[in-house]
Design a protein around this ligand. Structure first.
Ligand code: PLI
Length: 460
């Protein structure tokens, strides 16, 4: 009876299932060609296990579904708005709330208000839509994440941390007045879902206070970050995820949120602020771009589902199982010798495509190539997070990010452990024949966020 390993397990059971199509290799070949070797252009019907994103793809609880029936679809003053506002205050600790249709709606409004032409926005690694809105508003994003974040092999526990020396150099060079805010993401997406530590955040807060610079928090995956703090940071072992989330937020001045991730809904987001003046301006803008300030592009029922989802998302049992499943998949991949970003992050497994396909140069899109190969192998849909996602600079040059990754993003409460096994086995079988894989060339490139709609052809 010694040495029994105690597994994590889901704190829920299945009440309804969605049937999936299992395709043949010939069907997948045809579908991939029609999609221009871009997994974003596949029809979801042609996908078996969909790991494109964890955004809007989670399963809602029976309580959330019941909440939909409580939707108050009044144009103004919906009771669901007031419920959501109460929950955001209580759980997240921000004073003022503006719902938006999703995260980028909040980013648009915030960037337009706070950023002037020529401003600098330092942040702990870029995110695609966030940086684009900063640039469209006339600002320039500067990466101030620690160097370790750019190294997939480095096992430092908090690779989302800010390098305060990098920030200080920017402040000295441009002056604090040119920096409207520091843009801080929890669970840094493009680095592989890597957390920021509370210690680092506190130091950043002290620095920014001294220089009178705001901190704006991209809190899309804050609960996952809080879980890593609970598991790995001294002094937080006994704190609940909810308490940790609240403390993280207390060191920031406002937040943009894509509720489609942590908050367990299929659509929705918000802008949350502590400063009245900024809020007042944002409330003016929301009616231009989103909708009235008590719905911001959402139905009453969407706000109700979000309010309930936020509560569920900060429960320790939920988050332990959520991250536990991701870690299970990562460990399986490592057993097969597949190169992944370490440590394993919160929302998915990120394959190191440069290591996986060392014979394919970044100009021929190794991660994009790998996404196509995994789909062809098993019908598992993943997504590129490398040179295609990084896009072009304002001067037209390509960004060449150090990280060339393939993301296996795990929707919350959707797939089983057996699905995780199938996914790891598919990655392993592509890994076995990796030397025979050829790269891609881009044949169609949209102007903005090209990864969504670009088309590719196979190199001969
Ligand atoms: O997709 P939106 O507009 O609700 O949210 C944009 C957004 C903002 N910040 C972060 C960290 C994100 O991850 C994010 C969206 N992420 C997507 C769609 C993803 O697949 O990762």
């Amino acid at each position: 009876m010694k040495n029994i390993h105690h597994s994590w397990a889901e704190p829920y059971k299945i009440k309804m299932v969605e049937l999936l199509k299992i395709s043949t290799a010939t069907q997948r070949k045809k579908a991939m060609k029609e999609a221009g070797f871009n997994t974003f252009l596949l029809r979801s019907e042609d996908v078996y296990i969909d790991l494109l994103t964890d955004s809007g793809t989670s399963a809602m609880s029976d309580r959330q579904w019941a909440g939909l029936m409580m939707g108050d679809e009044a144009y103004a003053g919906s009771k669901n708005f007031y419920h959501l506002e109460k929950v955001v205050k209580e759980v997240y600790g921000y004073k003022y709330l503006l719902p938006t249709h999703q995260g980028r709606g909040a980013e648009n409004i915030l960037s337009r208000i706070l950023i002037k032409k020529g401003d600098i926005i330092p942040g702990n690694m870029y995110f695609t839509t966030t940086r684009l809105h900063q640039e469209l508003a006339g600002g320039k994003f500067e990466d101030i994440i620690i160097d370790e974040a750019h190294d997939p092999e480095n096992e430092f526990a908090f690779k989302g941390n800010v390098d305060l020396d990098k920030l200080d150099r920017l402040v000295k060079k441009h002056g604090a007045a040119k920096i409207p805010y520091v843009s801080i993401a929890t669970s840094v997406n493009m680095a592989g879902g890597q957390p920021i530590s509370m210690k680092n955040l506190k130091e950043l807060r002290a620095y920014c206070k001294k220089h009178k610079i705001r901190i704006i928090h991209d809190m899309t995956r804050v609960a996952e970050n809080a879980y890593f703090i609970q598991q790995k940071e001294k002094g937080y072992e006994k704190k609940s995820v909810k308490e940790i989330v609240n403390e993280i937020n207390s060191y920031t001045d406002g937040a943009t949120m894509s509720a489609k991730k942590d908050a367990l809904v299929n659509i929705g987001g918000f802008l949350a602020l502590n400063e009245w003046d900024v809020f007042e301006e944002a409330r003016n803008m929301v009616v231009v771009y989103e909708g009235l300030h008590t719905y911001g592009g959402l139905a009453g029922r969407d706000m109700e589902a979000m309010a309930i989802g936020i509560g569920e998302s900060v429960c320790d049992d939920h988050i332990r199982a959520r991250v536990g499943q991701v870690i299970y998949l990562g460990n399986k991949m490592m057993e097969y010798g597949i190169p992944i970003v370490k440590p394993i992050g919160g929302h998915g497994i990120f394959l190191d495509a440069k290591k996986f396909l060392p014979h394919i140069p970044q100009e021929n899109y190794p991660a994009q190539t790998l996404a196509a190969e995994i789909y062809l192998d098993s019908g598992v849909r993943t997504m590129e997070r490398g040179v295609v996602s990084a896009g072009r600079k304002a001067n037209g040059e390509n960004y060449y990010p150090k990280l060339e990754l393939l993301r296996f993003t795990i929707p919350r409460r959707v797939y089983t452990q057996a699905h995780m096994d199938v996914i790891a086995e598919s990655a392993a079988s592509v890994f076995e024949r990796r030397n025979k894989i050829k790269g891609l060339k881009m044949v169609y490139e949209p102007r903005y966020l090209r990864f969504f709609q670009a088309r590719f052809e196979k190199l001969n």
